[in-house]
Design a protein around this ligand. Structure first.
Ligand SMILES: Cc1ncc(COP(=O)(O)O)c(C=O)c1O
Length: 384
């Protein structure tokens, strides 16, 4: 049997579902810390002012999304001429529409592993045969195109990638992006490019949207990560013009369109993207240093790939084959939320989100040091 009804439980969401609301300090999140409506209104007091909002009519929205919002996204993403922007309820909806439209039972689908659950589970539910492209822990999860070449074949229908990568924070550099696009183009497969963290990079400018160089590609973006607006539930996909009606056909059974209020707020966010993203990225850059110092102070007890993109790190705790219990105690004893690496298939790791106010990160890491020390059988973990 295939189809959405065969979707398995999502371990990441199961972990966060209740705990997210219990936590006093959240160092689990893959997005930057959140903005308020008031902060958005300050960016465009007219468009989000009471008078304008009072005039807003709750009509159905257009199937591909509000024109002004789509134009704002296009102005930022700058898709290739053969592609259009469709706005969606988070990039989650876009991923759902795309996998449903593109995958038939028996298709081979290559996916970067470990993976955010949608990227693998939606393919499998649509009947795909999964071919993992392993991002190797011994290589700090840095993508190696030789590993992709080894799994890419004549029957590959889709190559699904996520750079910067959740949870490891690894990324391609611009040359790596170009090489990946060449490789996929030569294979005849379609590329699905999950760019949820595109704007959150430290070592080079954000990678250009792949639709500028490749025809058979869909890319995905969201306001949930770099914009600090996960609760707005707005994302988008950039799709080949000829495929957009296929996504709309499926959306007609799912959500039909977005709320005009949501799209109005999202328009202000995208039109003022830099004002939202830049301060959070600067703060994350400093917090990334703090985290690396904390790792160094463990004197080898903790190993952690340097985050090249996104705001998560994926450290390994050498004295702890399974840190799930530590994560539980961290919340119950200290009110600090992290994600156990188990949900991504690595029980000896945690996903730590470092985009929070600095003092919270300091507090969260100190609590983690204490918790680990209490259970490390005398091993020195350091404080920071
Ligand atoms: C890699 C990746 N893609 C997609 C999503 C979906 O996010 P949203 O639906 O909020 O846009 C997430 C959320 O964590 C993610 O980490």
């Amino acid at each position: 049997m295939t189809g959405p009804l065969t979707l398995p439980a999502a371990p990441l969401e199961n972990w966060l579902r209740e705990r997210y609301f219990q936590a006093k300090i959240d160092i689990s999140s893959s997005g930057v810390h959140n903005y308020t409506f008031g902060e958005l209104r300050a960016l465009d007091p007219a468009l989000l002012g009471t008078a304008e909002l009072d005039r807003l009519m709750f009509r159905d929205g257009p199937s591909l999304g509000d024109e002004r919002l789509r134009a704002a996204v296009a102005a930022r993403v700058r898709p290739g001429p053969g592609h259009v922007v469709m706005t969606t309820h988070g990039s989650s909806e876009a991923l759902f529409l795309a996998f449903t439209a593109l995958v038939s039972p028996g298709d081979e689908v290559v996916v970067t592993m470990p993976a955010y659950h949608s990227l693998s589970a939606l393919a499998t539910a649509a009947g795909a045969v999964l071919r993992p492209w392993p991002l190797r822990p011994e290589n700090d999860f840095v993508p190696d195109l030789a590993d992709l070449r080894a799994v890419l074949g004549g029957r590959t229908r889709l190559v699904v990638v996520n750079f910067p990568h959740n949870p490891s924070g690894s990324c391609l550099d611009p040359q790596g992006r170009a090489d990946l696009l060449d490789l996929v183009a030569g294979s005849g497969a379609t590329l699905m490019w999950d760019g949820a963290f595109t704007d959150l990079v430290y070592d080079h400018p954000p990678l250009a949207d792949p639709s500028r160089d490749l025809d058979r590609v869909l890319s995905f973006g969201t306001l949930s990560k770099a914009y600090g607006l996960p609760g707005l539930r707005v994302g988008w996909c950039v799709v080949p013009r000829g495929l957009a009606h296929e996504l709309v056909r499926i959306r007609d059974y799912l959500t039909l369109s977005l709320s005009p209020l949501t799209e109005r707020i999202a328009t202000v966010a995208v039109e003022h993207a830099d004002a939202l993203i830049a301060p959070r990225l600067a703060e994350a850059r400093g917090n990334r240093e703090l985290l690396l110092q904390w790792v160094a102070a463990s004197e080898g007890g903790i190993e952690c790939p340097v985050t090249r993109g996104g705001v998560t790190a994926f450290p390994r705790f050498n004295a702890h084959p399974d840190v799930t219990g530590t994560c539980e105690r961290l919340l119950s004893e200290h009110g600090v939320l992290v994600v156990p690496g188990q949900v991504f298939g690595y029980a000896d790791r945690m996903r730590i989100g470092f985009s929070c106010p600095r003092a919270q990160l300091e507090h969260g890491l100190a609590a983690l040091t204490e918790e680990l020390g209490a259970h490390a059988h005398g091993r020195r973990w350091g404080t920071r």
